[in-house]
Design a protein around this ligand. Structure first.
Ligand code: ADP
Ligand code: MG
Length: 280
């Protein structure tokens, strides 16, 4: 069991709508995410994924219950800056995250706000651009880049504050196939090579299958928590209408045609290996 990094206890959150109506978005979340984990968070629209994610860097504070990040209680005002430094966020729309006229100024924005000295900012910007493969674009205006490149600049911006964890809230949903590939590869590398704790919110089951742990939300609760092989084909998860990973769907159709295949085939590689055994 890794060292706990994010912990929530009996977390509840209630929005007040414009007409004064209370909307209960989180209804008792007890969750521990360990340092260095790669967790996918899935669930239908409105199930509370973004609301939960915003508690992980104190953008929202609990209506009831507690959230700790690296042992720091987020609702203690003295901890807000330390919590925000530890947990970065990357959002859905790459255009909304651009704040400056060149890529390098954009990446420098976070550490500048934290009061990091100029020489150290330059080092961090260099490193962050290198990590996401965007060094060649450092003097480019961000709005000229492709969606996938913009998201990688947003990731570099998050990295430049030296977080332990990045929460990605549907980072690929506005990207084309190539942009998705670039962003996911970057996310996977940050986790595998740099030990970054990753929480990936996604509507795409192929992306969820890349994580080592999948959390499923429904109606403000976590209704499933386990490895993708167990969670993504569970009948009650299929009932939520989130779809299946491409390979799992192909495997299902092949089984219907009488080809015996084991469950838990979530990637094209796993499916190909199983077919090779079947037709040996
Ligand atoms: P998800 O990210 O899973 O789609 P959200 O966390 O955005 O879900 O929303 C959870 C619930 O909270 C939904 O019922 C949504 O309508 C409501 N909600 C989200 N943001 C607000 C807000 N700013 N004001 C009022 N209700 C909100
Ligand atoms: Mg959302």
């Amino acid at each position: 069991m890794p060292i706990p990094f994010i912990q929530t206890r009996a977390l509840e959150y209630t929005y007040t709508a414009e007409d004064g109506q209370a909307i209960s978005a989180l209804r008792g979340i007890d969750l521990t995410v360990g340092r260095g984990e790669f967790v996918a968070l899935i669930g239908p629209n409105g199930s509370g994924k973004s609301t939960l994610a915003r508690h992980f860097n104190a953008l929202l504070l609990p209506t009831a219950g507690e959230v700790w990040v690296d042992g720091l209680l987020t609702s203690d005002p003295r901890h807000v800056q330390a919590v925000r430094q530890r947990v970065g966020m990357v959002f859905q729309n790459p255009d909304n995250q651009i704040v400056a006229g060149t890529v390098e100024e954009d990446v420098a924005f976070g550490p500048e706000n934290l009061g990091v000295p100029a020489a150290e900012i330059r080092r961090r910007v260099d490193e962050a651009l290198e990590v996401v493969g965007m060094t060649a674009y450092r003097h480019h205006p961000p709005h000229m880049l492709s969606g996938g490149q913009k998201q990688r600049v947003a990731i570099a911006g998050a990295l430049a504050t030296r977080p332990d964890c990045i929460v990605f809230d549907e980072p690929t949903s506005m990207l084309d196939a190539e942009g998705r590939r670039q962003v996911l590869q970057t996310v996977q590398r940050l986790n595998a090579e740099r030990g970054l704790t990753v929480i990936l919110i996604t509507q795409n089951m192929d992306e969820a299958a890349l994580a080592r742990r999948v959390l499923v939300m429904d109606g403000g609760r976590i209704v499933r928590d386990g490895p993708p092989e167990e969670v993504l084909e569970a009948p009650e998860v299929e009932g939520l209408g989130l779809g299946r990973p491409f390979a799992a769907e192909v495997a299902r159709r092949l089984r219907e045609r009488g080809i015996p295949l084991p469950p838990g085939l979530l990637t094209v590689e796993a499916l190909a290996a199983a077919l090779r055994c079947t037709f040996r």
